[in-house]
Design a protein around this ligand. Structure first.
Ligand SMILES: [Zn+2]
Length: 330
């Protein structure tokens, strides 16, 4: 073959007040399912009941989310008939449905209630097993529906976290390029391009823009483009580098000190720039972006680590996965 074939979502919809228009959206994409099953948390369902229009669904299943044991239990609850699963919630609900949909080979659609990380469209689900978060490879969603009026209601910290997760693609791409140069690891330039461009799409925004439609749409599209970079490459390299290894090491070995994913990776990214990559000009620009978008304050509120702790975390991060990054040279 002269070309790569990639599976992209059939439905991508970003707009206002579209949560209750699932039937319309599916119909306009010429998609028909005998059964539509909504999977969400009970408290979210109560808060957004009116906007969700529950009559659209044949069944509603409540979950806590984020837990592998619960996901495995849910496999037995889903009917074997042809059905589409609709995940509504934060990363923990979306990741649970990604796992369930993949295991049952059922199509699923994600409808995020927040834009706090790139879980909305990715080929990885992070679920807790024995008190530790583990990554599973999953099939990406067949659709993503983002209601800007819903994600607008999420706390400021979560939006800043979404910006943090997205901007760290700049770090991930640098690590991939380094691995390519040093070890000859194959690189996918199209995936790198999508990873970098998605990060740069929010680079000019400030904290005052967080709740504007322009920022939310760019953040949503950035997270989707980031997910596309993973689908194109068939792996997470363009969206997950040394900073994600540090964050995963905190989740795995110091779960009591773990915090919001996007904030954690953003902290690790800045420290890696300052201490390991030592590109002072870029580190200063990154610091300026963090100050402007509000990451500096959110990091100060949530991260219990000091700058010098980065070095202590590196040996743990190297245990996470065999992936050549700047940490391999530290
Ligand atoms: Zn991430």
């Amino acid at each position: 073959m002269y070309y790569n074939t990639i599976l992209t979502p059939t439905v991508i919809r970003t707009g206002k007040n579209i949560l209750g228009k699932l039937d319309e959206i599916l119909e306009s994409a010429h998609l028909y399912f005998p059964k539509k099953i909504l999977i969400t948390q009970e408290n979210l369902f109560e808060i957004y009941r009116e906007k969700l229009v529950p009559e659209q669904y044949d069944e509603v299943i409540f979950c806590k989310g984020g837990d592998l044991a619960e996901a495995r239990e849910m496999l037995t609850k889903i009917p074997s008939t042809s059905a589409v699963l609709i995940a509504f919630g934060g990363g923990s609900v979306l990741d649970l449905v990604k796992y369930v949909g993949t295991q049952l080979d059922k199509p699923y659609i994600t409808m995020p209630s927040a834009l706090s990380n790139d879980a909305i469209y990715s080929c990885v689900a992070r679920l807790t097993y024995n008190h530790k978060k583990k990554s599973s490879t999953v099939q990406p969603p067949m659709g993503v529906i983002i209601d800007l009026n819903i994600v607008k209601m999420c706390p400021r910290e979560l939006l800043v976290s979404g910006a943090g997760d997205l901007v760290t693609n700049l770090s991930a791409v640098k690590d991939w390029q380094l691995a390519h140069e040093k070890t000859g690891e194959p690189i996918n330039e199209l995936a790198c391009m999508l990873g970098r461009q998605s990060a740069l799409s929010i680079w000019d925004y400030s904290a005052a823009d967080l709740y504007t439609d322009d920022f939310l749409r760019d953040l949503a599209h950035g997270l989707l483009t980031s997910g596309l970079s993973m689908t194109v490459a068939g792996q997470t390299r363009a969206a997950s580098g040394s900073e994600h290894m540090i964050s995963h090491a905190i989740d795995e070995f110091f779960p009591e000190k773990a915090t919001i994913h996007g904030v954690q990776v953003a902290w690790a990214f800045l420290e890696i720039e300052k201490q390991l990559r030592k590109d002072e000009v870029f580190a200063a620009r990154l610091q300026e972006f963090y100050d402007r978008i509000g990451l500096t304050a959110v990091i100060a509120d949530n991260i219990p680590w000091k700058s010098e702790d980065l070095r202590k975390l590196i040996p743990y991060a190297l245990k996470i996965r065999k992936r050549y990054t700047i940490l391999s040279e530290a």
